[in-house]
Design a protein around this ligand. Structure first.
Ligand SMILES: [Zn+2]
Length: 756
């Protein structure tokens, strides 16, 4: 019996010595390593945080030393969590005994007053909330105290405590809730943060801000009672407004950040701590507001969404990218990135067709026939139509491109061959054109191939750069978890896709507000008070509407439409995204208007006849300057006998000939449809007259011709005399008519614009 008791006593003694001795075993140091940085920060070009991405293990962790933590936070944390931190040996014995008693009474753990050391142990490895794990944690906490200094334990706590919303550590929490490093926290903010870790789900500022604020006040009161702050400081701090940064701010430039993450491969992502991007968040915010405002005004046209891209032309940097109106709007597929979505670009590819034509000897003055035409293809004849359902007869390339007529673009592409255009588009980064050139055929120039807004912007930026294509850039710098820069592949070599001279002439045409008047009117939103080239596009069935353009510095691409492919009502590039494009260009250039485009060497100017494109002579209805690649300028003088001359003092800014369809019985010879007339400011008003002339087939005998302007009879004339009409600014529809009743005959209407 005695022996047995002695054995038992010995056993207990060994156990006590063992347990006591084990308390002096060092805590495994490897578990205390800061570990890899667990999050990736995506910032804009100025370091503004756009998004913080969590690793698979969860948590955000930016390891900070005690010197990088606001002293307010340290004091508030000690008051909140462990007032006797510097006195105890890892466990607070009275509180452990109290917990044990409560546990025995209630059968479960009620009080959880753990020391900071115990919490560090708990945060290092989650254990179920049982009595045993409490004891294990206490045992480990004592060992921790024997391994680390008090200051080191505090650092472990401040870097590992859970602050809610997956923010792990005070630095991450401070950046999440207050957008500042935790070294800069004031007393009110510090007390606010210190209150969260005890119960991160209850004091979650995004779920229950009042609860978090209540806890903050408790901590401030406790600080005042302990003399850590004066009563005066308490009242001042407690009444201070706490501004928690909105939750949506954690997803800034969402489509852009998704694009960045998609371009970083999985394992690499977790070795990176920061990616500094090319985005300018200040600009991005303004672009997002403009997009939203313009879409409000387009709602009645059946448009629900849009995207915008802004590039800087120097390096191809993406400065702003809005993929949709609202990333969080699932009803309108807000998560679809409209900047990458593939859609038919309509007329937006025409400039590249004409740039090729310029390189192959055509000129901006070359006359192309805009007439009904059938192009044989594998699927039968291809008969392109114009947007306005009309044909405009022989027309100069400048007008054909500026007015975006379809038939001339197809005529030109047929001459140079669709294969060549296809190859150039590939060189311009249009990777989405995956089918063979034969699949697209001549329709390629009218946008039957699907491309993205980002690709279009990249192609136009090449025109802005004088024909040089540079792939767009989104990342400036990548920093590894060791704080060192990660080597990045250099930018892809720029490719000269078009000659600088051809690119410049295209730019010149696209920034020529007068040339697009017949199609777009004089008050087009594309006409800006500084040099800006622009082109619109509308896909078949009005599904997509584009405006893309550039100044020497920036390229802007805008798309509006519907992600579900629903057609819009009565929308053109002018009414659709033109005004938004204009506002963004103003935004970019308001302070510092861009300089003119740099003209390359080897261009010449000639004064040409606007009708024939040949060198102008006195009898031509007007003259205009045109630019040519040296060697392609016209050498012949215009020989056309222009039937009717323009009135005195008039210059014809842009004239196209009447359609070459079967002649009607009565035809207006002058003015011509689409004509633009400028009132001469020097000549006396009395001379500012336009001579209307009409022609009738001989069978109809003599008679008086009535002239109708905008639905009102303006006067009459008896052929061969014309009718003199006084010019006034505006747009007019002119009709000639004669006879009455069933014998009444009317001419086809002619539309003109008079500008001052
Ligand atoms: Zn002429």
């Amino acid at each position: 019996m005695r022996k047995r008791r002695r054995d038992l006593l010995f056993g207990v003694l060994v156990l006590v010595i063992g347990v006591t001795g084990s308390l002096y075993l060092p805590f495994p140091r490897s578990k205390l390593d800061p570990g890899p940085v667990l999050s990736l920060r995506i910032t804009d070009r100025n370091g503004v945080l756009l998004r913080e991405v969590l690793s698979d293990e969860g948590g955000r962790c930016r390891w900070v030393g005690l010197g990088e933590v606001s002293p307010h936070l340290i004091r508030a944390t000690l008051v909140s969590e462990d007032r006797n931190f510097f006195l105890h040996q890892g466990v607070n014995l009275p509180s452990v005994i109290r917990a044990l008693l409560q546990n025995l009474r209630h059968g479960r753990i009620i009080s959880g007053a753990s020391t900071i050391s115990q919490q560090v142990v708990r945060n290092l490895g989650r254990r179920p909330r049982t009595l045993l794990s409490k004891l294990v944690e206490a045992w480990l906490a004592v060992r921790l105290e024997h391994t680390l200094s008090k200051e080191e334990i505090l650092v472990q706590y401040l870097n590992r405590a859970p602050y809610g919303n997956l923010a792990q550590g005070a630095e991450a929490a401070s950046r999440l809730y207050f957008e500042k490093p935790c070294s800069q926290l004031g007393p009110a903010e510090a007390a606010f943060l210190a209150g969260i870790p005890r119960s991160p789900s209850v004091s979650n500022p995004y779920r229950d801000l009042p609860a978090a604020l209540k806890r903050q006040k408790e901590i401030l009161r406790a600080m005042a009672r302990s003399g850590l702050i004066t009563a005066e400081e308490y009242y001042r701090t407690a009444s201070e407004d706490i501004r928690v940064s909105p939750e949506a701010d954690r997803f800034r430039a969402p489509h852009f950040c998704d694009l960045i993450l998609g371009s970083i491969k999985g394992p690499q992502r977790y070795r990176l701590s920061e990616v500094r991007t090319t985005l300018d968040y200040g600009l991005q915010k303004k672009v997002e507001v403009l997009l939203s405002e313009h879409l409000d005004s387009l709602r009645e046209k059946g448009i629900t969404n849009g995207s915008v891209i802004v590039l800087d032309n120097d390096e191809g940097n993406v400065l702003a990218l809005a993929g949709s109106r609202d990333f969080f709007d699932s009803r309108h597929d807000g998560q679809v990135n409209g900047a990458l979505a593939l859609r038919q670009p309509g007329s937006a590819l025409k400039p590249f067709t004409y740039a090729l034509a310029l390189e192959r000897g055509m000129t901006a003055a070359s006359v192309i026939d805009d007439a009904p035409n059938a192009f044989p293809t594998l699927d039968g004849n291809y008969e392109p139509q114009n947007y306005d359902r009309k044909f405009h007869g022989p027309i100069r390339m400048r007008s054909a491109l500026a007015c975006s007529y379809n038939v001339p673009a197809v005529v030109v592409l047929e001459a140079i061959g669709p294969d060549l255009l296809y190859r150039r588009l590939k060189d311009l980064g249009f990777d989405s054109l995956r089918k063979s050139p034969g699949f697209y055929g001549l329709g390629l120039t009218l946008g039957n191939g699907e491309v993205s807004l980002l690709e279009l912007a990249g192609g136009y930026a090449a025109l802005a750069r004088g024909g040089r294509f540079q792939r767009d850039r989104t990342v400036i710098r990548m920093t590894g978890e060791d704080g060192k820069d990660v080597p990045m592949p250099g930018p892809e070599r720029a490719v000269d896709v078009f000659s600088p001279r051809a690119a410049f002439i295209i730019t010149h045409i696209l920034s020529d507000g007068d040339a697009r008047v017949p199609s777009f009117g004089y008050r087009s939103p594309l006409n800006l008070p500084f040099p800006c080239a622009a082109k619109t596009g509308t896909s078949k069935d009005y599904r997509d509407n584009w405006t893309i353009g550039y100044t020497p510095r920036h390229t802007v691409g805008v798309w509006v439409g519907n992600f579900d492919g629903k057609p819009m009502h009565d929308v053109s590039g002018i009414t659709g995204c033109g005004p938004l494009f204009r506002d963004i260009m103003f935004l970019l250039n308001a302070k510092d208007p861009p300089l003119p485009f740099t003209e390359p060497r080897g261009l010449v100017r000639r004064s040409i006849c606007p009708l024939s494109g040949r060198l102008a002579r006195a009898t031509c209805p007007g003259r205009m300057d045109e630019i040519f690649i040296s060697g392609t300028e016209p050498r012949e003088v215009c020989w056309t006998s222009h039937g009717a001359g323009a009135g005195p003092g008039l210059t014809t800014a842009s004239v196209s000939e009447a359609p070459s369809r079967p002649e009607p019985v009565l035809r207006i010879v002058f003015p011509r449809d689409g004509g633009v007339f400028k009132i001469d400011p020097v000549l006396r008003k009395a001379y500012q007259m336009l001579g209307f002339k009409a022609e009738r087939s001989r069978l109809d005998g003599p008679g008086t011709i009535e002239w109708w302007v905008n639905g009102r009879m303006a006067g009459t004339s008896i052929p061969p005399s014309g009718f003199s009409w006084k010019l006034a600014p505006g747009s007019y529809t002119i009709k000639a008519a004669f006879g009455t009743g069933i014998r009444r005959i009317e001419s086809r209407p002619v539309r003109i614009i008079v500008i001052t």
